[in-house]
Ligand binder design. Structure first.
Ligand SMILES: [Mn+2]
Length: 393
């Protein structure tokens, strides 16, 4: 920085390029002593000059490796301007905000809809996941390029944040479940693939009921809890039981369901998972098998059929995701979770969700940050499916 300032001071009217050349000379004085005791292999001045020639006035879109050029052109555009990540109105994954799309029968021709489901009337303990969609919207700099999957999902489809599911009542869990189901029936009929943010985990039942109405779906479910509990306190729609309800509704195939990261004292409530034929991988199984074998199991369980991904942030260790309703010690790292998700590339992912982000228990916003990252991974996977996009282009 000092060198650049020196260059600027040497000529107020100098072009940016000449200022940079002055800076190069200053760097030479600092870093290339002429004492002669430098061994030749330490630093090749010709190679340095070649790099300087190539990069001095270059745009990344001209000099970057070929595989980066399309994404760079997409991001920088003709004006070669990069959006400021902290400016403007925040949206899910920084995609365009198009709430009007939800009013149209065809959802404005979108291939993927990012949808908030701000409802947490189903929690058993700590409320707050109703703030999940807003919390994820405030996270910036997730995507748009997915380096692990080497693609930019935004460029593969028409995608927007279409806002939040409208619900009639802030007090009624049963009415909210109905409203969510009705909304996702419209999403499904329009051929749009939904990638959603809860809300507590109760929102996954009405989503699955809509998406799986014509044929049961497979499921990759990352969570500390199997969420296959029965009715309690007079309701079966609480966040501890969406996958039991989805199976019983005929929308979820238990034998094409894998639950990963399971742990904690609620184990005794998961009898339905075992009885119905779900594959349950406890966190100890993940340790014993290793991530590669977990991926192999997941792919074998869900097969080629249509598959949904449900990601409960409490599947992660509370060290990484403390802002959640029912934290359980000893969970996945974000790196493990991402590796599992990356391993699902090429499956027929018809939608997914990230749920149980309750940001008020996490002043550091880690939970929302990792949640947004997982949302981006799921969005990417949706665009890499063999039947995507579902509608004719
Ligand atoms: Mn959970």
């Amino acid at each position: 920085m000092a060198a650049v300032q020196r260059g600027t001071g040497a000529g107020g009217a100098a072009s940016a390029a000449s200022r940079l050349r002055l800076a190069d000379a200053a760097v030479d004085r600092l870093l290339l002593p002429q004492t002669g005791n430098r061994s030749p292999q330490m630093f090749d001045h010709n190679k340095l000059e070649a790099l300087r020639q190539k990069y001095r006035d270059a745009r990344e879109t001209e000099v970057a490796p070929e595989r980066f050029r399309a994404p760079l052109n997409h991001i920088l555009g003709a004006a070669y301007r990069r959006p400021m990540p902290y400016a403007g109105i925040p949206t899910l994954l920084d995609e365009p905000y198009r709430p009007e799309a939800a009013e149209l029968p065809d959802f404005a021709g979108l291939d993927v809809a990012l949808i908030g489901v701000p409802m947490d009337l189903g929690v058993t303990n700590r409320p707050g996941a109703r703030f999940g969609p807003r919390a994820l919207r405030t996270i910036e700099r997730i995507g748009p390029y997915n380096h692990a999957l080497e693609t930019m999902p935004r460029a593969r489809c028409r995608v927007a944040d279409i806002g939040d599911v409208p619900m009639r009542s802030r007090y009624s869990l049963d009415q909210s479940i109905e409203d969510i189901a009705a909304f996702y029936q419209r999403v499904y009929r329009a051929g749009v693939r939904p990638v959603s943010v809860g809300g507590d985990h109760s929102v996954s039942f009405p989503i699955l009921a809509a998406l799986g109405a014509e044929r049961p779906l497979g499921l990759v479910h990352i969570d500390a809890h199997c969420d296959t509990m029965g009715a309690i306190d007079g309701t079966k729609f609480h966040h501890g039981g969406p996958f039991r309800q989805a199976v019983l509704a005929g929308a979820l195939d238990p034998e094409r369901t894998i639950q990963i990261g399971i742990r904690g004292a609620a184990e005794i409530f998961w009898g339905f998972s075992y009885d119905s034929g779900m594959t349950v991988l406890h966190i100890e199984d993940v340790d014993r098998l290793g991530i590669a074998a977990v991926i192999e199991r997941a792919r074998a369980v869900v097969g080629d059929g249509p598959t949904y991904i449900s990601f409960d942030d409490d599947g992660l260790d509370p060290a990484y995701a403390p802002g959640t309703g029912t934290p359980e010690a000893g969970g996945l790292t974000p790196r493990e979770a991402q590796a599992i998700l990356h391993g699902l590339k090429g499956l027929d992912i018809v939608g997914g969700d990230v749920v149980e982000v309750a940001p008020q228990y996490d002043p550091g916003t880690l939970t929302a940050m990792v949640g947004a990252q997982m949302l981006f991974e799921i969005f990417t996977l949706v665009t890499l499916g063999p039947h995507f996009p579902r509608r004719a282009a």
